[in-house]
Design a protein around this ligand. Sequence first.
Ligand SMILES: CCCCCCCCCCCCCC(=O)SCCNC(=O)CCNC(=O)[C@H](O)C(C)(C)COP(=O)(O)OP(=O)(O)OC[C@H]1O[C@@H](n2cnc3c(N)ncnc32)[C@H](O)[C@@H]1OP(=O)(O)O
Length: 192
Amino acid sequence: MSKAAENWPPEDTEPATPHPDAPPSGTELGEHYSQCFGCGDDVESGLHIRSMIASDMTVVSKFTVGKDHQGAPGLAHGGLLACAFDEALGSTVGNLLRRPAVTARLETDFVRPVPVGSTLHIAAKLDGVSRRKTYVSAEGRLDAEDGPVAVRARGLFVTVGVEHFTKHGDADAISQFRDVRQAAGQDWDINP
Ligand SMILES: CCCCCCCCCCCCCC(=O)SCCNC(=O)CCNC(=O)[C@H](O)C(C)(C)COP(=O)(O)OP(=O)(O)OC[C@H]1O[C@@H](n2cnc3c(N)ncnc32)[C@H](O)[C@@H]1OP(=O)(O)O
Protein backbone atom coordinates (compact mmCIF):
# COMPACT_ATOMS: atom_id res chain seq x y z
CA MET A 1 0.00 0.00 0.00
CA SER A 2 1.30 3.46 -0.85
CA LYS A 3 2.23 5.75 2.01
CA ALA A 4 1.71 8.78 -0.22
CA ALA A 5 -0.61 11.28 1.44
CA GLU A 6 -4.03 11.73 -0.10
CA ASN A 7 -5.09 15.28 -0.82
CA TRP A 8 -5.69 17.12 2.42
CA PRO A 9 -8.12 18.71 2.92
CA PRO A 10 -9.95 16.34 0.60
CA GLU A 11 -12.09 19.09 -0.93
CA ASP A 12 -11.87 22.81 -1.67
CA THR A 13 -11.97 24.76 1.57
CA GLU A 14 -11.90 28.32 2.82
CA PRO A 15 -9.19 29.35 5.26
CA ALA A 16 -10.40 29.00 8.83
CA THR A 17 -11.31 32.31 10.48
CA PRO A 18 -10.47 32.36 14.18
CA HIS A 19 -13.29 33.59 16.42
CA PRO A 20 -12.75 37.17 17.66
CA ASP A 21 -12.99 35.86 21.24
CA ALA A 22 -10.52 33.03 20.70
CA PRO A 23 -7.88 33.05 23.45
CA PRO A 24 -4.66 34.84 22.47
CA SER A 25 -1.37 33.08 21.74
CA GLY A 26 0.28 31.79 24.88
CA THR A 27 -2.99 31.06 26.70
CA GLU A 28 -2.78 27.85 28.71
CA LEU A 29 -6.01 25.90 28.32
CA GLY A 30 -7.23 23.96 31.33
CA GLU A 31 -9.64 21.07 31.26
CA HIS A 32 -12.80 21.76 29.30
CA TYR A 33 -14.80 19.26 31.38
CA SER A 34 -13.62 17.57 34.57
CA GLN A 35 -14.98 14.18 33.45
CA CYS A 36 -13.41 14.32 29.98
CA PHE A 37 -11.18 11.29 29.41
CA GLY A 38 -8.81 13.47 27.38
CA CYS A 39 -8.31 16.42 29.73
CA GLY A 40 -10.43 16.01 32.88
CA ASP A 41 -8.71 16.21 36.25
CA ASP A 42 -11.33 13.94 37.83
CA VAL A 43 -10.56 10.98 35.54
CA GLU A 44 -7.71 9.27 37.36
CA SER A 45 -6.58 7.06 34.50
CA GLY A 46 -7.42 9.67 31.84
CA LEU A 47 -4.94 11.33 29.54
CA HIS A 48 -4.69 14.65 31.44
CA ILE A 49 -3.74 16.46 28.26
CA ARG A 50 -2.86 20.11 28.59
CA SER A 51 -2.93 22.50 25.67
CA MET A 52 -1.82 26.00 24.84
CA ILE A 53 -2.79 28.41 22.07
CA ALA A 54 0.30 28.74 19.87
CA SER A 55 -1.14 31.06 17.20
CA ASP A 56 -4.53 31.93 15.72
CA MET A 57 -4.34 28.70 13.71
CA THR A 58 -2.45 26.32 15.99
CA VAL A 59 -2.69 24.70 19.40
CA VAL A 60 0.06 22.70 21.06
CA SER A 61 -0.73 19.91 23.52
CA LYS A 62 1.28 17.62 25.77
CA PHE A 63 0.38 14.07 26.68
CA THR A 64 2.55 11.96 28.98
CA VAL A 65 1.99 8.23 28.55
CA GLY A 66 1.26 6.46 31.85
CA LYS A 67 1.04 2.83 32.87
CA ASP A 68 -2.75 2.89 32.41
CA HIS A 69 -2.24 3.72 28.74
CA GLN A 70 -0.39 0.58 27.63
CA GLY A 71 -1.12 -1.84 24.84
CA ALA A 72 2.06 -3.94 24.61
CA PRO A 73 4.10 -3.92 27.83
CA GLY A 74 5.81 -0.58 28.15
CA LEU A 75 4.24 0.91 25.04
CA ALA A 76 1.24 3.17 24.47
CA HIS A 77 -1.91 1.58 23.06
CA GLY A 78 -2.55 2.84 19.53
CA GLY A 79 -6.25 3.48 20.07
CA LEU A 80 -5.43 5.51 23.10
CA LEU A 81 -2.96 7.59 21.09
CA ALA A 82 -5.78 8.20 18.60
CA CYS A 83 -7.86 9.41 21.55
CA ALA A 84 -5.10 11.84 22.52
CA PHE A 85 -5.14 13.25 19.02
CA ASP A 86 -8.94 13.48 19.02
CA GLU A 87 -8.64 15.63 22.14
CA ALA A 88 -5.82 17.76 20.72
CA LEU A 89 -7.62 18.30 17.39
CA GLY A 90 -10.98 18.92 19.08
CA SER A 91 -9.42 21.45 21.42
CA THR A 92 -7.92 23.25 18.43
CA VAL A 93 -11.29 23.52 16.68
CA GLY A 94 -13.25 24.33 19.83
CA ASN A 95 -10.94 26.98 21.22
CA LEU A 96 -9.94 28.75 17.99
CA LEU A 97 -13.31 28.69 16.22
CA ARG A 98 -15.53 28.58 19.32
CA ARG A 99 -18.20 26.51 17.60
CA PRO A 100 -19.74 23.33 18.99
CA ALA A 101 -18.27 20.58 16.84
CA VAL A 102 -17.85 16.81 17.00
CA THR A 103 -15.36 14.45 15.42
CA ALA A 104 -16.83 12.90 12.27
CA ARG A 105 -13.64 11.31 10.96
CA LEU A 106 -10.23 10.69 12.49
CA GLU A 107 -7.21 9.20 10.70
CA THR A 108 -3.99 8.28 12.46
CA ASP A 109 -0.56 7.21 11.19
CA PHE A 110 1.59 5.53 13.83
CA VAL A 111 5.17 6.22 12.77
CA ARG A 112 7.16 4.94 15.75
CA PRO A 113 6.43 3.32 19.12
CA VAL A 114 5.58 5.59 22.04
CA PRO A 115 7.00 4.25 25.34
CA VAL A 116 5.40 4.63 28.76
CA GLY A 117 6.90 7.67 30.44
CA SER A 118 7.44 9.57 27.22
CA THR A 119 5.68 12.83 26.44
CA LEU A 120 4.08 13.50 23.10
CA HIS A 121 4.30 17.10 21.96
CA ILE A 122 1.32 17.52 19.66
CA ALA A 123 1.10 20.48 17.30
CA ALA A 124 -2.32 20.83 15.66
CA LYS A 125 -3.44 23.30 13.01
CA LEU A 126 -6.63 24.34 11.30
CA ASP A 127 -6.40 23.34 7.64
CA GLY A 128 -9.64 24.67 6.19
CA VAL A 129 -13.39 24.97 6.47
CA SER A 130 -16.19 23.96 4.12
CA ARG A 131 -19.69 24.82 5.34
CA ARG A 132 -20.11 22.92 8.66
CA LYS A 133 -16.89 20.96 8.14
CA THR A 134 -13.55 21.89 9.67
CA TYR A 135 -10.40 20.03 8.65
CA VAL A 136 -7.57 19.90 11.16
CA SER A 137 -4.31 17.96 11.38
CA ALA A 138 -1.54 17.31 13.89
CA GLU A 139 1.89 15.82 14.41
CA GLY A 140 3.07 14.34 17.69
CA ARG A 141 6.78 14.41 18.46
CA LEU A 142 8.54 12.35 21.11
CA ASP A 143 9.80 14.09 24.23
CA ALA A 144 10.53 17.47 22.66
CA GLU A 145 8.89 19.97 20.34
CA ASP A 146 11.55 19.08 17.77
CA GLY A 147 11.74 15.38 18.66
CA PRO A 148 11.10 12.62 16.13
CA VAL A 149 7.55 12.35 14.78
CA ALA A 150 5.75 9.40 16.38
CA VAL A 151 2.14 9.94 15.30
CA ARG A 152 0.33 11.99 12.68
CA ALA A 153 -3.43 12.54 12.63
CA ARG A 154 -6.04 14.27 10.52
CA GLY A 155 -9.60 14.93 11.49
CA LEU A 156 -12.90 16.23 10.22
CA PHE A 157 -15.02 18.03 12.79
CA VAL A 158 -18.63 18.87 11.99
CA THR A 159 -20.32 21.86 13.59
CA VAL A 160 -23.46 20.91 15.49
CA GLY A 161 -26.08 22.74 17.51
CA VAL A 162 -25.95 22.65 21.28
CA GLU A 163 -29.00 20.38 21.13
CA HIS A 164 -26.65 17.63 19.85
CA PHE A 165 -25.30 17.42 23.39
CA THR A 166 -28.54 18.02 25.27
CA LYS A 167 -30.47 15.51 23.14
CA HIS A 168 -27.89 12.72 22.97
CA GLY A 169 -25.89 13.34 26.16
CA ASP A 170 -26.64 13.29 29.88
CA ALA A 171 -29.01 16.24 30.36
CA ASP A 172 -28.38 16.48 34.12
CA ALA A 173 -24.61 16.41 33.68
CA ILE A 174 -24.85 19.03 30.95
CA SER A 175 -26.92 21.25 33.21
CA GLN A 176 -24.31 20.93 35.98
CA PHE A 177 -21.56 21.59 33.46
CA ARG A 178 -23.34 24.78 32.36
CA ASP A 179 -23.68 25.94 35.97
CA VAL A 180 -20.00 25.34 36.74
CA ARG A 181 -18.86 27.20 33.65
CA GLN A 182 -21.26 30.09 34.13
CA ALA A 183 -20.13 30.44 37.76
CA ALA A 184 -16.58 30.70 36.44
CA GLY A 185 -17.69 33.41 34.03
CA GLN A 186 -17.18 31.18 30.98
CA ASP A 187 -19.44 30.39 28.06
CA TRP A 188 -20.93 26.98 28.58
CA ASP A 189 -22.38 26.23 25.21
CA ILE A 190 -19.23 26.00 23.11
CA ASN A 191 -18.25 22.36 23.30
CA PRO A 192 -19.64 20.41 26.24
C1 LIG B 1 -14.24 27.52 25.00
C2 LIG B 1 -14.27 26.43 24.11
C3 LIG B 1 -13.66 25.17 24.66
C4 LIG B 1 -13.85 24.01 23.72
C5 LIG B 1 -12.98 22.84 24.07
C6 LIG B 1 -13.39 21.69 23.24
C7 LIG B 1 -12.50 20.54 23.44
C8 LIG B 1 -13.13 19.36 22.82
C9 LIG B 1 -12.24 18.20 22.92
C10 LIG B 1 -13.04 16.95 22.72
C11 LIG B 1 -12.53 16.19 21.56
C12 LIG B 1 -13.30 14.96 21.38
C13 LIG B 1 -14.42 15.18 20.38
C14 LIG B 1 -15.23 13.94 20.26
O1 LIG B 1 -14.78 12.88 20.53
S1 LIG B 1 -16.85 14.11 19.69
C15 LIG B 1 -17.49 12.45 19.95
C16 LIG B 1 -17.28 11.55 18.78
N1 LIG B 1 -18.10 11.96 17.64
C17 LIG B 1 -19.41 11.75 17.60
O2 LIG B 1 -20.03 11.22 18.50
C18 LIG B 1 -20.09 12.22 16.35
C19 LIG B 1 -21.17 11.24 15.95
N2 LIG B 1 -21.69 11.61 14.59
C20 LIG B 1 -22.70 12.45 14.47
O3 LIG B 1 -23.28 12.92 15.43
C21 LIG B 1 -23.09 12.83 13.05
O4 LIG B 1 -22.69 11.84 12.15
C22 LIG B 1 -22.49 14.22 12.61
C23 LIG B 1 -22.97 15.33 13.55
C24 LIG B 1 -20.95 14.17 12.59
C25 LIG B 1 -22.93 14.54 11.19
O5 LIG B 1 -24.32 14.39 11.10
P1 LIG B 1 -25.29 15.54 10.54
O6 LIG B 1 -26.57 14.86 10.22
O7 LIG B 1 -25.32 16.69 11.45
O8 LIG B 1 -24.57 16.06 9.22
P2 LIG B 1 -24.32 15.32 7.83
O9 LIG B 1 -24.39 13.83 7.92
O10 LIG B 1 -25.16 16.02 6.81
O11 LIG B 1 -22.77 15.68 7.59
C26 LIG B 1 -22.38 17.03 7.42
C27 LIG B 1 -21.24 17.04 6.43
O12 LIG B 1 -20.15 16.26 6.97
C28 LIG B 1 -19.84 15.16 6.09
N3 LIG B 1 -19.47 14.01 6.90
C29 LIG B 1 -20.09 13.53 8.00
N4 LIG B 1 -19.45 12.45 8.47
C30 LIG B 1 -18.39 12.25 7.65
C31 LIG B 1 -17.34 11.30 7.61
N5 LIG B 1 -17.25 10.32 8.53
N6 LIG B 1 -16.43 11.39 6.65
C32 LIG B 1 -16.49 12.38 5.72
N7 LIG B 1 -17.45 13.32 5.70
C33 LIG B 1 -18.40 13.24 6.65
C34 LIG B 1 -21.12 14.91 5.30
O13 LIG B 1 -20.83 14.27 4.08
C35 LIG B 1 -21.60 16.35 5.11
O14 LIG B 1 -20.82 16.94 4.09
P3 LIG B 1 -21.50 17.95 3.04
O15 LIG B 1 -22.67 17.22 2.45
O16 LIG B 1 -21.90 19.17 3.81
O17 LIG B 1 -20.42 18.26 2.04
